[in-house]
Design a protein around this ligand. Structure first.
Ligand code: 6R9
Length: 647
């Protein structure tokens, strides 16, 4: 734990929306009278019909129901585009920076309007209506934002699937939400390498019973793809036939905006459902205060739109605020390790938001690739996705930010829709490694295993005691699972799945997941998903997957694999299994270590004791805890000696 404290720079305290007193007063107001507070804040977006009811939420066991601004009528695309046209039609809305440094593009709000309307008309011509689900499987090109906003304009519900997922993963997501329309590109381009997106879509649809009605294909690389007549259409050809006007459909505040699949500790990924009004109010408000976004600022979040960070902090939050948001197609180390910093200089970026895994990887490349760039435009740095270790925080602050830029370490989740625990740059003294304080309206609590609320400095599980407008509303198609997953461990509270420590100053330190979810390079992975991919291999009889500390990724994937009897372990088979998981789920799920285990440690009732496997993966052999319930203690010694032999 780092003890260092960084004061708010004077310049920041003066120019920021809020200083320390401002934060405290506003926070008190937000939790004292949420109705009044959010009733005011809801006005930051335009409503076609104003709301009269602000908050109608219950976390009660068996009856969880979350509604915000429930009788208001609005449209998200209208708020992100049309309402800005009069005052900032010629302002740049999106700066797109290609994988290849020679490619970039600037899109004004007026152009964004025209592009989104055209995209919406293309969808409308394919019978997409309010409430229909549309799956988007696109690389980081402007069309990804156009497609999202086009869905929002029509009231269709988008489900973005990260373009790194396999055809199988894509197929299960298409199936789960029953989408009949898929939007993709011929190929993606990342770090100079092509990704066969259209071919993946074809392979996925082959696994979806009844197929889909339409595949809309954006031309990115010009690579050869197969087009199925009647089903597949080139976006540019379809867009040529439509106008750039399309009315924004009036949407109820609680109409769905998007589904985003995320991994949990059990079962298949859950379709997290976010709705219209509360989500947008929360995304816009957090974007404004956490990044202290002022008119004219150039803001860059390096996430992919396939993750929630891309939804809330590349597209919806920034555009609702009339910001200039940068969208980057590439990777941090292509063509060189200076890429991020060169992009910052090229586009004069003021606010930069990235993930600890990228910071750690770039830190390993040394200071020189950073120092050779100017970065004078930078004012604020942000971090998201996993705990940031103090060493990486210090490097980010000292080398990237030249000791000048505060760092906002923002804790939140796909489920929360927006940032919940974070510093505000003009208000909060920083402690490297701590996400610091709750945002407005957020009531975090630390509870012990029995659910007792701990006061003062304490360590336990992190729960949130009351609802906020950006909260997910349900698991798509399975409200029972929603209640079971998030509201059953601690009745009347939202359980985050994270552990945390609160220090004497009331600062929160997120310690990581306390469930069977691992966080690999900021990507959430259910260990159960990787296990079921492994056991689908004909030579595997059983598998157990745990996380282990990894220098760059934060956590790596450690797989214990028991082979079918008669199958001999080999280096070749090890490689085959890694490739198999890549193919089944996607490259982000590739196991880093595969240990062939003749047996797995189990309880007498047959449950795998992951706690022990975790310790072995962490090399903590002397500290295995209670092993008295093991059915066969010999198994553990075998695993340990094997692990030691490997070192
Ligand atoms: C936004 C996002 C959520 C999980 C979350 C936690 C971890 C995210 C963090 C952080 C420590 C931070 N996490 N931000 N842990 N400090 N600043 O990442 O959503 O992909 O759903 O992941 O990520 O464990 O529970 P998501």
């Amino acid at each position: 734990m780092s003890e260092k404290i960084y004061d708010v720079p004077t310049a920041w305290a003066q120019r920021a929306f809020l200083d320390d007193h401002g934060y405290r007063a506003k926070y008190e107001a937000s939790v004292h009278d949420p109705e009044a507070f959010w009733g005011e804040e809801g006005k930051r977006i335009d409503w076609f019909e104003p709301y009269t009811v602000v908050k109608n939420t219950s976390f009660a066991p068996g009856a969880v129901s979350i509604k915000w601004f429930e009788d208001g009528v609005t449209n998200v695309a209208w708020n992100c585009i049309d309402r800005h046209l009069e005052t900032r039609g010629d302002q740049v809305a999106i700066i797109w920076e290609g994988d290849d440094p020679s490619q970039s593009r600037k899109i004004t709000y007026q152009e964004l309007h025209d592009e989104v309307c055209r995209f919406a008309n293309v969808l409308r011509n394919r019978n997409v209506e309010k409430g229909d689900r549309v799956t988007i499987y696109l690389p980081m090109i402007p069309e990804a934002a156009f497609a999202m906003l086009a869905c929002a304009r029509l009231g269709a519900v988008h489900s973005i699937v990260f373009a790194g997922f396999s055809p199988d993963s894509l197929a299960s997501r298409i199936r789960d939400c029953d989408s009949k329309v898929i939007i993709t590109a011929d190929e993606g381009l990342r770090g100079g390498r092509k990704v066969p997106l259209k071919a993946n879509v074809d392979a996925a649809i082959a696994k979806v019973e009844g197929g889909v009605d339409h595949v809309i294909v954006v031309k990115r690389t010009g690579g050869a793809v197969e087009m199925e007549p009647g089903r597949d259409v080139w976006y540019h050809a379809a867009a040529d036939l439509v106008t750039s006007e399309c009315p924004a459909t009036p949407m109820n505040a609680e109409d769905p905006l998007f589904i985003l699949y995320t991994s949990g500790s059990t079962g298949t990924p859950k379709g997290v459902l976010h709705t219209t009004g509360g989500y947008l109010v929360y995304a816009a408000m957090t974007h404004q205060y956490v990044f202290d976004y002022h008119d004219g600022d150039i803001y860059w979040c390096t996430a992919d739109v396939g993750w929630v960070t891309g939804h809330s902090y590349i597209v919806y939050g920034p555009l609702a605020n009339g910001a200039t948001t940068l969208m980057f197609e590439g990777v941090p180390n292509y063509p060189t390790n200076s890429r991020f910093w060169e992009v910052i200089d090229k586009h004069q970026v003021n606010i930069f938001y990235t993930a600890p895994t990228a910071i750690r990887a770039l830190m390993q490349a040394g200071d020189e690739p950073v120092r050779k760039t100017s970065r004078a435009s930078l004012r604020l740095l942000g971090s998201v996705g996993e705990p940031i270790n103090p060493e990486a925080w210090e490097w980010y602050h000292r080398v990237v930010g030249d000791d000048r830029c505060p760092i906002v370490d923002t804790w939140w989740q796909t489920e929360t829709g927006g940032i919940l625990i974070t510093p505000l740059p003009g208000a909060t003294r920083l402690k490297p490694g701590s996400a610091t304080q709750p945002f407005f309206g957020i009531v975090p609590q630390v509870v012990d295993a029995e659910g007792k609320v701990l006061e003062g400095a304490s360590e336990g599980n992190l729960v949130i005691a009351d609802s906020w407008p950006g909260q997910m509303r349900t698991v798509y198609g399975d409200h029972e699972r929603f209640m079971q997953t998030y509201f059953s461990a601690y009745p009347n509270k939202y359980f985050t799945g994270d552990g945390c420590r609160r220090d004497d100053d009331g600062y929160y330190w997120i310690t990581g997941r306390v469930d069977d979810v691992i966080n690999v390079s900021g990507h959430r992975m259910g260990t159960a998903e990787v296990e079921s991919a492994l056991v689908a291999h004909p030579k595997v009889s059983e598998a157990a997957v745990v996380g282990y500390p990894h220098d760059i990724k934060g956590q790596g994937i450690y797989a214990y694999v028991t082979l079918m009897s008669g199958v001999e372990p080999s280096e070749e088979l090890r490689k085959e299994l890694v490739a198999w998981v890549r193919r089944e789920i996607g490259p982000i799920a590739s196991p880093d270590l595969v240990q062939f285990a003749p047996g797995l440690p189990k309880t007498r009732s047959g449950k795998i004791m992951r706690r022990i496997l975790r310790k072995i993966a962490e090399d903590e052999f002397g500290n295995l805890g209670d092993t008295s319930t093991l059915a066969d203690p010999g198994v553990v010694n075998d695993l340990i000696s094997q692990r030691q032999n490997k070192k």
